[in-house]
Write a protein that binds this ligand. Structure first.
Ligand code: ADP
Ligand code: MG
Length: 286
């Protein structure tokens, strides 16, 4: 039988916006020694602002327009942000077909031309030379009919309570890891600012899963590994982890479904609250 205190712990968590899907998770939480974080939308807000528009030949409005159009069917935080920056309505009939490539970007037919929008890796993979921006931020590059046309530099801010959360986890001797599909420069800037121990960048969704599986294999004894994420691509990682934690507000349905714990307010500090509740509950039972 399950001690009543566990239900008390779960309802106290629920009152603070933390959905814990199973009773055993409270005890598991007290054994976590490693936290693996997704970056975009988890440590950061997932709302990018436009820092620079750098076209090669066309005007800046046209560059933004083409990119916003190509992104018009995507659920990616980058797509939302760029559509918002464009401000004008999208005439969907100008688009023929659109396909999204997870971890890379979008390919579309716009006004009869083939448009590629995404990271450097994506353009290179399509035999299009793409310069390094050398600037801090995420470059969203454009190619039209096989020609490189420039990029938009976007930036995302840390969530308000991310720094406090990471500091508190460090105080508790947790190993901290960040996995991201974003570029190395952005990953390192954020990782160093937060003092995260291990930083992995340029990862495809399947690379994230592989990395987490490697960590799980090296876990010893009773120790548990928790993963925290928000996006569609994070669902497999959240499912594999001993404890999967999803952002409930901005989070994708897939991530929320795959997770064991959901943070309804999208506040990383709720992790600390959950750890405290778990510790108190388990102490009360023993
Ligand atoms: P993460 O959530 O770890 O930042 P994703 O796997 O969702 O990563 O994306 C990794 C990278 O792929 C992004 O930083 C971006 O460069 C590129 N990318 C993915 N989807 C899109 C998109 N819809 N538009 C532009 N770039 C994209
Ligand atoms: Mg994310």
């Amino acid at each position: 039988s399950v001690p009543l205190a566990f239900f008390g712990g779960i309802s106290s968590a629920a009152r603070q916006g933390i959905l814990i899907k199973a009773v055993g998770l409270l005890e598991d939480l007290t054994k976590v020694d490693t936290f693996v974080f997704d970056k975009t939308g988890t440590l950061t807000e997932g709302q990018f602002s436009v820092a620079e528009i750098c076209p090669r030949r066309m005007g800046p409005e046209e560059l933004l327009e083409k990119i916003a159009y190509a992104e018009s069917y995507s659920n990616h935080p980058i797509a939302y942000s760029l559509r918002e920056a464009y401000e004008k309505p999208i005439e969907k009939k100008r688009l023929k077909w659109v396909r999204e490539f997870a971890g890379y970007g979008v390919k579309a037919t716009l006004d009869g031309q083939e448009v590629l929008v995404g990271n450097q890796k994506f353009l290179n993979q399509n035999q299009i030379f793409c310069p390094k921006t050398g600037k801090s931020g995420t470059g969203v590059h454009l190619a039209v009919d096989g020609e490189y046309e420039g990029y938009i530099l976007i930036r995302d801010e840390l969530r308000e309570d991310t720094s406090d959360t990471i500091r508190e986890l460090r105080k508790r001797q947790m190993s901290l890891v960040m996995l991201t599909g974003d570029n190395e420069q952005v990953a390192k800037e954020i990782g160093r600012k937060l003092k995260i121990d291990y930083i992995y960048a340029n990862l495809l969704p399947e690379d994230k899963v592989e990395q987490v599986e490697e960590f799980l294999e090296s876990e010893m004894g009773e120790e548990k590994l928790a993963c925290v994420g928000d996006g569609l691509n994070d669902a497999p990682v959240l499912a594999r982890a001993d404890i999967g934690i999803a952002m409930g507000g901005l989070g994708s349905d897939a991530a929320i479904e795959a997770a064991d714990i959901v943070l309804m307010e999208d506040e990383p500090y709720q992790i600390i609250t959950a750890l405290n509740i778990a510790r108190e509950t388990v102490r009360a039972v023993k």
